[in-house]
Design a protein around this ligand. Sequence first.
Ligand SMILES: C[S@@+](CC[C@H](N)C(=O)[O-])C[C@H]1O[C@@H](n2cnc3c(N)ncnc32)[C@H](O)[C@@H]1O
Length: 182
Amino acid sequence: MHNGHPGSRSSEPYLDKNAILEALAIRPGQIIVDAGCGSGYMTRLFARALGGAGRVYAIDRTAPEISDDEETPASAVIYPLTADITTVIPLPSGFVDLIYLSNVFHIFSEDQVGGFNRQVRRLLKPGGRLAIVDLVKRPTPIGPPLDMRRSPQELQGLIDLAPAGLFEVGEYFYLQLFGKKD
Ligand SMILES: C[S@@+](CC[C@H](N)C(=O)[O-])C[C@H]1O[C@@H](n2cnc3c(N)ncnc32)[C@H](O)[C@@H]1O
């Protein structure tokens, strides 16, 4: 985080993970991308929700280190990848059911938003979904300056997919879901 939590890049302490999992309604067998996964704390919860069937690709531009977790026996479904999620995500087209992007969108430049949109549209299956978690656009004790943040409505104007639900997932965070129709 940018302030309020020195030394940590993780939004983990501030997020309602159960609310996120409820909003995502993950089903066994799905292919999930945790884009900009950081420490991978959601990667492990996604793996658990898959119940051993499916895959979670944990992708970050700095080599993801997803530690084993005794509570996540399904860690065999986790595939760490090092890649820039705004240029080339090294997975086949039409392969992915859900892309999850938490606390990353506000970092993107305009060009990176364009590149991320192209990767998302290429990777998602028809009916696939994109979930963006980010900070609300009002003063909060943590997080980036307000001019770096996007409201859900602003996000809807920047993402090339249909809005499919807005959820509160912590005092300072929202989750905006999008769906790919074609
Ligand atoms: C603030 S951390 C968020 C980590 C985690 N998703 C969370 O919610 O706690 C941002 C992460 O995005 C990664 N990241 C930023 N830009 C990226 C890019 N273009 N490609 C891949 N990873 C990126 C960073 O390396 C970092 O791990």
